[in-house]
Structure formats: structure tokens, C-alpha cells
Ligand binder design. Structure first.
Ligand SMILES: [Zn+2]
Length: 207
């Protein structure tokens, strides 16, 4: 279980740091002249919506993982790690091939909207309809622990993702960040892929 906890924590921290998850909020907040309080409030709503849809799909994946583990105990020993590893390789390859579509670039419409409520609303909707596959896939090994694993993973995703987004939006809005996020943005798939492969190796070696 500690493995599921640390794995989902690591994934949500890296996932929330992907610039497309928070940089547009900073940009919109600045151009709309929101106060820090308003910007952070919007961030919490947008982050929660994004995790909500990721968790809804994740629960289905987790239940499939549980089903698989209860009927074919020997299969889960390599099926769950294999799925993680294969997905990790796909992420890395798609990064290098460069044909993977840009992750969550659904904010463009948000900038045209007029009122603050409409702007936030359209960003919430955009993030709800782009759940993250790299988070969802981890529900497969978590599902082996049944509802306990699914709930723990969902709670960690929600808390860790939203608080990381809040921190980055705060730093971004204050203009304190001097890091080159662009490099991270272009290689986040490789990073995510490597983490998935490491998690796969760990879960294969530990059981
Ligand atoms: Zn995401």
C-alpha cells in the first residue's frame, strides 16, 4: 500500500506541474485583473473539476483491476506493471516523435468569454473534459487493493494536484518563477513516461 501512496503522490506532483495545468490560469488572471484571492479560487475549482473526471474514469479502471486481481491473482503480478510500462514507453515515444497532441490546450476559448464567471466556467468545463490518462492508468495497480486503494489514490490526486496547482499559480502570479517552464512543457511526456516505467518496475519487483 505504501507503494500506491508514494506512486500516486509522485504522479500527481509531476502532473500538476505541467505548465498547461496552471500557466493559462496565471495568464487569464493577470489579463482579467483578478485579485490573488480570485485567481486562487478559480484554480481550486479548475483543479477539482479536472481531478473529478480523472477519478470517475479511474474508478472504472480500478474496479477492472480489482476484478482482474480477484479472478486471476497470478496475472496482476505482471499485467498491471506491464500496462504501466507500455504506457510509459508510449509517452516517451510520442514525445520524441512529436506527434502526440499538445496536452490540455483547451483554454483558448476561455479568453473570449466576457464575465469572470463565464471565464472560470469555461476553464472548469475545459479541464473537466480533458482528464489525464497518466493519472488514470495508476488506478489499475491501486485497484488491486479494492475500494481502499481506489479511495486513497483519488484523495491523494485531489489534494496533491490542487495544492500543487495553487502553489504554482501563486508563484506565477507573483512573478517569482524564473524557471524555463517551456523546456519542462516539451519534455513532460518523457518525464511522465519514465516515472510510469519506474513505478512499473517497483511494483513488479515488490510483490
Ligand atoms: Zn491533467
Amino acid at each position: 500500500m505504501w507503494q500506491i501512496i508514494s506512486g500516486s503522490l509522485l504522479l500527481s506532483l509531476v502532473h500538476a506541474a505541467i505548465p498547461n495545468h496552471w500557466l493559462p490560469i496565471v495568464a487569464v488572471g493577470k489579463s482579467e485583473r483578478w485579485t490573488m484571492r480570485e485567481t486562487l479560487h478559480a484554480t481550486a475549482l479548475i483543479g477539482a473539476a479536472h481531478i473529478a473526471s480523472t477519478v470517475i474514469i479511474g474508478i472504472l479502471i480500478g474496479l477492472a483491476g480489482f476484478q482482474l486481481s480477484s479472478s486471476h491473482a497470478e496475472l496482476t503480478h505482471w499485467v498491471a506493471p506491464a500496462v504501466l510500462a507500455v504506457l510509459g514507453v508510449i509517452f516517451i515515444v510520442s514525445d520524441f516523435v512529436g506527434r502526440g497532441h499538445h496536452h490540455h490546450d483547451h483554454f483558448d476559448g476561455a479568453r473570449q468569454a466576457k464575465t469572470k464567471r463565464a471565464v472560470i466556467g469555461s476553464m472548469v468545463v475545459a479541464m473537466f473534459f480533458s482528464p489525464c490518462i497518466e493519472l488514470e492508468v495508476y488506478f489499475l495497480p491501486a485497484g488491486v487493493f479494492g475500494w481502499r486503494g481506489i479511495l486513497v489514490t483519488s484523495a491523494i490526486y485531489l489534494v496533491a494536484t490542487v495544492s500543487t496547482m495553487l502553489t504554482l499559480v501563486y508563484i506565477g502570479t507573483k512573478g517569482l518563477s524564473r524557471l524555463n517552464w517551456h523546456i519542462f512543457e516539451h519534455h513532460q511526456k518523457t518525464l511522465t513516461g519514465c516515472i510510469l516505467i519506474v513505478l512499473a518496475a517497483v511494483s513488479f519487483l515488490i510483490d
